[in-house]
Ligand binder design. Structure first.
Ligand SMILES: C[S@@+](CC[C@H](N)C(=O)[O-])C[C@H]1O[C@@H](n2cnc3c(N)ncnc32)[C@H](O)[C@@H]1O
Length: 252
């Protein structure tokens, strides 16, 4: 597998990821996502967490009784996830664009800013096709993508997090006035004073119409679309107000 841009970014970010995201409410957010999946008819407790990172998106699910298989493209992120899971989850390196057949899952999710790293509709379709192949007949697939609001804010500003004696600096490279549907945006990250920590995050906006078409092309059926604002989910999605779009699907 060639080392692509997201893999290189996350291998470099891995030692700082948990500090950079320490204010995110993973427990509460995963509970809200789970409630949407349950409202949509989720049965069973086999979870495949795609692009699991350091485990923040599956650790609360272990505590809720799910059996977890999880994958990520970055070995750096997986090493941290492995240490936290301590044998309670099956973890492997995999590129979500070429997802192997890993089992039959009741819930497959890729959450908190993962599918944004796909660079084309073709990559999104390939990823969702992999979800479909691994989904139980009545299973639910759930994922989020950023809206233009996030590219106008987070990708257009500097965010500094000071924690554990380090200054973590995220510098968005976009101009708010130039954010358009379907464009790729970049941000530079560095740990101040740590040579070699600098790297680039490259994310693409996937407009709702593109996502819905990719869901259909992959053999999935969209059963819900929600928008996220300040940790709350509501419908309908408004790409000019919500910061994330959340999609729920099942096999057609
Ligand atoms: C923002 S992190 C989210 C991690 C985790 N889900 C969480 O909630 O903290 C995005 C993750 O997507 C992973 N990723 C990006 N492109 C990927 C790909 N093509 N295949 C698998 N994982 C990928 C990165 O390595 C990174 O761990």
């Amino acid at each position: 597998m060639s080392r692509d841009s997201a893999q290189a970014a996350y291998d470099a970010l891995a030692p700082a990821y948990d500090d950079f995201t320490h204010e995110y409410m993973f427990e509460r957010w995963t509970q809200r996502l789970l409630e949407k999946a349950e409202d949509a008819g989720l049965r069973g407790e086999a979870l495949l967490d795609v692009a699991c990172g350091t485990g923040l998106s599956f650790l609360p699910m272990l505590d809720r009784g799910f059996s977890v298989t999880a994958c990520d493209i970055s070995e750096g992120m997986l090493d941290i996830a492995r240490a936290k899971a301590n044998g309670r989850a099956k973890l492997l390196q995999a590129d979500m664009r070429e997802l192997p057949d890993l089992g039959t899952f009741d819930l497959i999710w890729a959450v908190n800013d993962s599918l944004n790293y796909l660079m084309s509709v073709e990559e999104l379709e390939a990823t969702l096709t992999g979800f479909r192949r691994n989904l139980a007949a009545a299973g639910i697939a759930l994922f989020d993508v950023n809206t233009p609001v996030t590219y106008r804010t987070l990708f257009s500003q500097e965010v500094v997090v000071e924690r554990n004696g380090r200054r973590l600096i995220w510098q968005g490279k976009s101009l708010p006035g130039e954010v358009r549907p379907g464009l790729v945006h970049e941000a530079r990250f560095e740990i101040e004073g740590e040579a070699g920590s600098e790297h680039i995050h490259r994310q693409r906006h996937f407009p709702e119409a593109e996502v819905l078409a990719a869901i259909e092309a992959s053999g999935l059926n969209c059963i819900g679309v929600f928008g996220e604002l300040d940790g709350a989910l509501s419908a309908p999605l408004d790409e000019e107000t919500h910061t994330k779009a959340v999609y729920l699907c099942r096999v057609q």
